[in-house]
Design a protein. Structure first.
Length: 473
């Protein structure tokens, strides 16, 4: 056995309920720096808004209280200072520890891979935290494996952020043998049925329920957050839900968690609401295991046009250089046509409806069949298009953000990023739509554009950096 660490001192933390911990003002000073983040706000002056740079803390410094999910980060930080920590629980905190997972993970028709078993065991052992795993690696299978370990009396909440993910998740739970699965939102039920074991809900629908019924604070034994990078602000709907939820087990899944380097506030918020990253499967590991398709990057140069190059502001450059750029949009449709001729299915991501409509018009003129999905498209139509697209009865789908995340299309051959952008999370999420490997598909093509204009060129470089960091260049 390793020698027991001798700490120079110990601080005391009391868990006061299922969400919050309390510490003395003196002990708080030993770790509050690791909970700090920088932010900028703007003060209105006579001539302009002047930036003000401040430091915030993910702890209530007046009440000396912090969210339970931050405890692992605090422990790790104190360990480096050779300071121990003693956590005690109030009677209220003890009372929320309900049903525990005692069964072995089991799903109808599924044999768990060793990496999935490892992540399931980590989630149960750590109780709280985020599992980082690429799209197509079987995150939902892991989530259902965790759920299967709880007794039938335990209530489980599964949170998603879109209607498409809602119906997809409900179908997956039911197809793998789970009974009493209820859908809240997306045309489903408006209230929780007491006989329901698993509630799958959109965050926007469920937040209304939890505000109206505080008995839901202690109702669930396990909360699973899909696409957990959205739970990255204690002030948004996820923040409200998770701060009012006292489930002893909270597990998030995402391919793209926030990092302290990119956004300390979002990283700390995610940790506070769910927990830190506790397990990871990288894309390269997934490729080696034979479960992830290897991305192949195709970069297409966009011809420079002087009338766009002369523009100065971003609000003028983006519409001219991306949304309404006929040369660029024709290049997109030509790329679709070439891939379709080779029986390759293509998913095209746009940010603005106008660009989608522009692409549809050009496609019609060029005789290229495409289907355009947007937020106003009904769930019935979306599901039908998804089925036909998966079966390659439809060759190309243009979509807004509604299909940016989580949608499962294993047969997808090519993803086109038509809308540019600079964010690493957005770039990886776009790419993730085609990462699932099949017996007939070992690679996925990612098509991006080398935009030559102010701002857009910088965004291109930032996307290229993301591709390079992941070994795709």
């Amino acid at each position: 056995m390793p020698a027991k660490t001798k700490y120079i001192k110990h601080i005391k933390v009391k868990q006061i309920d299922g969400a919050w911990c309390k510490v003395s003002p003196q002990d708080r000073r030993h770790f509050e720096d690791v909970l700090s983040y920088n932010y900028t706000w703007y003060k209105k002056t006579k001539y302009k808004n002047e930036p003000r740079h401040e430091t915030g803390f993910m702890i209530d410094r007046r009440r000396n209280e912090f969210l339970l999910g931050l405890l692992p980060i605090i422990k790790q930080h104190l360990r480096k200072k050779n300071i121990g920590i003693k956590v005690t629980k109030s009677e209220l905190a003890k009372s929320v520890e309900t049903f525990k997972p005692t069964a072995k993970p089991f799903l109808n028709g599924i044999t768990f891979r060793p990496d999935q078993i490892e992540l399931i065991e980590k989630a149960i052992r750590r109780k709280r935290g985020i599992i980082k795993s690429p799209t197509g690696s079987g995150k939902t299978i892991i989530a259902m494996g965790i759920s299967s370990m709880f007794p039938p009396e335990a209530k489980i909440l599964f949170l998603v952020h879109t209607k498409d993910l809602l119906s997809q998740t409900v179908d997956e739970f039911r197809s793998h043998g789970f009974k009493n699965v209820q859908m809240i939102g997306g045309g489903g039920d408006k209230a929780i049925n007491p006989d329901t074991r698993i509630v799958v809900a959109t965050n926007l629908k469920y937040v209304r329920l939890v505000k109206a019924d505080r008995d839901l604070d202690t109702y669930f034994s396990l909360v699973i957050v899909d696409e957990a990078h959205h739970a990255s602000d204690i002030k948004n709907s996820y923040g409200t839900i998770l701060m009012l939820n006292w489930a002893p087990y909270k597990i998030g899944f995402t391919a793209t968690p926030h990092s302290k380097q990119n956004d300390a506030y979002k990283q700390l918020s995610s940790a506070a609401l769910i927990g830190p990253v506790i397990g990871e499967l990288t894309i390269e590991e997934g490729i080696e295991l034979g479960i992830i398709a290897r991305p192949k990057l195709t970069l297409l140069p966009v011809p420079h046009e002087r009338h766009i190059g002369d523009l100065y502001s971003y609000k003028d450059i983006y519409p001219a250089g991306i949304t309404n750029n006929k040369t660029r949009n024709k290049l997109i449709i030509s790329t679709i046509a070439k891939r379709n001729r080779n029986s390759k299915s293509v998913l095209i991501m746009v940010k603005e409806i106008q660009q989608g409509e522009n692409l549809v018009d050009i496609a019609e003129n060029m005789g290229v069949p495409v289907t355009f999905l947007q937020g106003s498209t009904s769930a019935i139509v979306r599901n039908k298009v998804k089925r036909l697209f998966s079966e390659k009865m439809i060759g190309a789908v243009i979509t807004t953000v509604i299909w940016k995340e989580g949608i499962n299309i294993p047969s997808l051959d090519c993803v086109i990023n038509a809308c540019g952008g600079r964010g690493e999370i957005q770039t990886l999420q776009f790419t993730g739509r085609g990462l699932r490997r099949t017996d007939l598909k070992h690679t996925v093509e990612v098509v991006d554009f080398l935009d030559p204009y102010k701002f857009l060129a910088q965004h291109t470089v930032m996307r290229l950096q993301t591709y390079a960091r992941n070994g795709w260049l």
